[in-house]
Design a protein around this ligand. Structure first.
Ligand SMILES: Cc1ncc(COP(=O)(O)O)c(C=O)c1O
Length: 480
């Protein structure tokens, strides 16, 4: 039977009674975040976590009061998550969230605009375009540039490389989205450094070229692309009849934070007629700092750039962008549909689905704009610069400590090190024990075959003293 009065309370209404319901729920939800114990994670075992979660019946035959559900989630879920704001949470490019973005998530979800079509997101479309213009300007792009938000760096890289593949095909008269890959595609290659993110390989696989179509270029001791090897590779591909259709520069590699020589790579890409994509998922935020932005010199020559707001812009997942120097390139992606992107809309009604690999899509631009307006450029840049300095401090402290060995010079916010006299098994044990007992979420990786531990500094509240303490804890565990 229709019971609209009680159903109404299930939905977000923007009249005073509806907002009172939402405000109460938000207050209870915020209260459920309170953590009585410190640390980067609770020490519960995987089995204990599973048992706690399995106690929650997903959909009981009669609904449970929201206050109770929020309390249960607080006790069995939020209490046991990782806590990116804890100074001992240093494993991944996993930022603490800023308040401005989190409360914006509430408003984004409440209003539930969908970014695929103008008729589902009239003003939201304008906000996203405004943010993309801001980012494009920061990157130094001309006014022809624009972009689109995506779910992450992986998706942004895929989108950039999809455009590159479509453009290459269109230049030989092939509509690759319609008729598939032409025979010439067997010779198409993506070039990226051996430290590039694995999403480049995944993109090559998804685009039908196969992972083997990614030719890796050697890196120097910092982990940045070696131009001599790039030049030699371009010559070799030419003699083999293979065609570099994309050259990817990484601005901030995942492990070492290395920034490829963007301007030099750009020149080579232009010389061979390849699309130039910059994966700036990590260091893209450097465009916000007058002192750090010089490290991205040459980025304005890119055809496409990936920037992850959910890394060094302190946004909750998901928030990424692909910016394209010539927004008309997005036309290569358009697949008309009868109900959505009909092409006969009134002047100015942009359907962003034409730029995206997604259809329905969140209005994540709102939280980014709210955060940037709240933080302001000066504080944003200072927090970022602090993280880079903190990483340099960690590198110096590691260098000065005979218990540790820096694996590579630091370039951004990651610091990779090992422990002389200890095996990779020792490093594994220390990292896993710290994770298991909840005292540190520490990174562990391999650089050119060498096992290593890794700090990733995403939390601007962390200090040099915190770094000293983390190193002391690790040293203590190694000698146990
Ligand atoms: C350089 C780089 N590119 C792309 C990605 C993928 O980003 P996401 O996890 O947002 O898909 C990462 C992830 O860490 C990265 O470090």
């Amino acid at each position: 039977m229709n019971d609209a009065t009680s159903w109404r309370e299930l939905f977000v209404a923007t009249d005073p009674p509806g907002l009172a319901v939402l405000a109460h729920a938000a207050e209870v939800a915020v209260g459920s975040l309170h953590q009585p114990t410190p640390g980067p994670r609770s020490p519960l075992t995987p089995a204990q976590l599973r048992a706690g979660v399995r106690e929650l019946e997903v959909c009981p035959s009669e609904g449970v009061a929201l206050d109770q559900v929020l309390g249960e989630l607080g006790g069995s879920v939020w209490a046991h998550g990782v806590r990116p704001l804890d100074v001992a949470c240093v494993a991944h490019l996993h930022p603490p969230s800023v308040v401005s973005a989190v409360v914006s998530e509430l408003t984004i979800a409440s209003t539930n605009q969908s970014m695929d079509s103008w008729d589902q997101a009239p003003v939201a479309t304008e906000v996203e375009l405004h943010l993309m213009d801001f980012l494009a300007a920061r990157l130094g792009f001309p006014s022809s540039a624009s972009g689109v938000m995506t779910s992450g760096g992986t998706a942004s890289n895929l989108l950039g490389l999809t455009l590159a593949r479509s453009l290459t095909a269109s230049r030989i008269g092939v509509d690759v989205l319609k008729t598939g890959l032409p025979p010439e595609a067997h010779a198409w290659r993506f070039l990226a450094s051996d430290q590039a993110h694995f999403s480049i390989q995944r993109a090559a696989a998804q685009l039908g070229l196969g992972r083997d179509a990614v030719v890796t270029i050697a890196t120097d001791d910092k982990g940045a692309m070696d131009l001599t090897d790039l030049d030699a590779t371009l010559v070799r591909l030419d003699t083999e009849g293979l065609r570099p259709i994309v050259i990817v520069a990484t601005a901030g590699t995942t492990d070492l934070g290395a920034i490829d020589p963007v301007a030099d790579v750009a020149r080579r890409a232009r010389a061979v007629g390849a699309w130039f994509h910059v994966d700036a998922a990590v260091a893209g935020a450097f465009v916000m700092s007058d002192s750090l932005c010089a490290r991205l010199d040459g980025i304005a020559a890119a055809d496409s750039v990936t920037v992850d707001f959910h890394k060094l812009w302190w946004q909750p997942f998901n928030a990424s962008a692909l910016v394209v120097r010539d927004a008309e390139r997005f036309d290569l992606l358009r697949v008309p549909s009868n109900y959505l992107d009909r092409g006969d809309e009134l002047e100015g009604m942009v359907n962003l689905v034409g730029r995206s690999l997604d259809t329905s899509r969140r209005f994540d631009a709102a939280k980014v704009v709210a955060s940037l307006r709240t933080i302001g450029q000066r504080t944003f840049a200072t927090m970022l610069e602090h993280l880079v300095e903190l990483t340099q401090y960690a590198a110096a402290a590691i260098d000065a400590n005979p218990a540790f060995d820096l694996v590579a010079p630091v370039s951004a916010v990651t610091c990779v090190f090992d422990a002389p006299g200890h095996t990779s098994e020792d490093l594994r044990r220390v990292q896993q024990d710290l994770l298991a007992d909840g005292s540190m979420v520490l990174g562990r990786t391999r650089i050119k075959g060498r096992a290593a531990l890794k700090f990733t500094f995403m939390n601007p509240l962390a200090t040099n003293a915190d770094v000293d303490e983390l190193l002391a804890i690790i040293k203590g565990r190694l000698t146990r």
